[in-house]
Every structure is written in structure tokens, then in C-alpha cells.
Design a protein around this ligand. Sequence first.
Ligand SMILES: [Zn+2]
Length: 296
Amino acid sequence: MTRPEPGLAVEVADGLRRILAPNPGPMTHWGTNTFLVGTTEIAVVDPGPQSEAHLEAILTATKGQRVAHILVTHAHLDHSPLAHGLSEATGAPVTAFGPPEAGRRPIMQRLADEGLAGGGEGVDTRFAPDETVEDGDSIQGDGWSVEVLHTPGHFAGHIAFRGDDWILSGDHVMDWSSSLVSPPDGNLTDFMATCRRLQALSPSRLFPAHGGVIDRPQERLQWLIDHRLSREAALLDGLSDEPQQIGALTKRIYDIDHAMLPAAERNVFAHLIDLVQRNLVVAHPKLAWNAKFAAA
Ligand SMILES: [Zn+2]
């Protein structure tokens, strides 16, 4: 698939349109996919980054229709900031799981309280939805309804939306990237559980917030699970002879250049937190970024 034209609404399924935002980059691929659910009463899913051009594009695509809902999968800067301006322009409420830190597990909250900051993923710290939803809630419009799925992993309060035979999967499943899982917002234990849950729902198609449609969700989800399991195996292998700190362990299992090292270290930490929670690794003196990790 080639990169779609930004700003143009394209029908991708019955009653579902996609508009690409003009924010291409290494973390966003072609840019953010904004989805329009419905034909007369519209839900705008992931309005995207602050962009006058993109706001205009959404308003043009929904001319003569009513924007009834603004839904946000998660509070990253490439997904949520335009929600505010779109709400002002249309009067529609902004709906999400909660404020940016909503849904964090106690271990992640403890690490955040002790000073673990994000790795520059770009949290929209000012994001404040008008309405919150939970797993299993349903959102309706004229002739359509979607079910809210709480899908933590990439982000604690990440939600996805399940339509007839498709799911708007946000940043959880994409076809061009294995999805960033960076603590304290990213949680690998949750990421794996969400992958398995999405598999069990067996949708025909996934529409990610970046990149093209995923026509074979089972395969892609299995690939994501296997990819993480092989990293986990390498990591346990790296800890088999002596305890290690994150930096040394990362260099041992990743063959990458210097610029990629911080991101790789965060990824290793995500795995270590998961392994400590599962009692496969112990941390001395306690679970923290600068702890020494050993196989249990
Ligand atoms: Zn994100």
C-alpha cells in the first residue's frame, strides 16, 4: 500500500472513513489515521495532533453531517490534542478512558512516583475528556454502534473500538511497527494479554491509527506475541550467568548503534518489569531502573 493523501476522507469499510493527518515521522509512519464512524451522526476517532489543516479536513468531510462524538484511543500528542478544537467547533463531547495517567497499574504508578519519566513518547499531559468510558461500554449513532475495548499495553488507558467485523486498534496493533511499550505508560504484561484478547475476538480486519489496514489480524497478533517471546528468551539467556543492570544487559542482547540504545533500554526495562511480576527475574535491592537483575 502506498501512502494516502493527507486531508482526504476515504471510505475503508461500510460507514467507516479514514482521513490521514499531515504528521508523518518515525513514530507516526505516514501520519495519524483519523476515523469517521457513521454517515449522518458521526464519531470522530483520534482527531490527531494540533493542526489547523487537519481540523479543516475533518470539518469539510463532515459537512452536512453531525459530529456527535469525539473518541480518543489514548493521550499521546499525535492522537488527542485536536480533540479540544474539534469539540469547540462542533459542540461534541470528548470521550476517552480518562486523563493521561488513568488505568496505570500500581507498580507503574510507584515507578512514576519515584521519578521514572516517559522516554519522550509525547504524552498530552493537558488532555481532559468530557466523558469517560470503560471496557464493554457501547457508543451509538444513527445506524451504527461500537463497543469500547480497554486495551492497555502501549498506554495504560488505551481503548479500541469494535464495530461489525472490524476493530479500530489505535497504537496497539500496526502493520509496520511492533508498537512501543515504554514504562510507566507502557506495560508489557498488559500488552501480551491484550494481544491474546484481540485474537480471541477474531475480527476480520484491524484499522490501526498509523499505517494501512491489517487484513489478517490473527497472523499479525501472533507475530507480535512471538516477537516479544523471543526477546524474552534472549533476555533470560542474557541473565543466565550473572546479575546485570539494564545498560549492560541491553548491549548484550541488542546489536544496535548508539542512537537506538535509549529506546532499546526502555524496551528491556518493560520486559524486566514483566518478568519480575511473573517471578522469573528478581531485582536487587528492589524493582527500579538502576536495579541489578538476576534470573530467579
Ligand atoms: Zn501512542
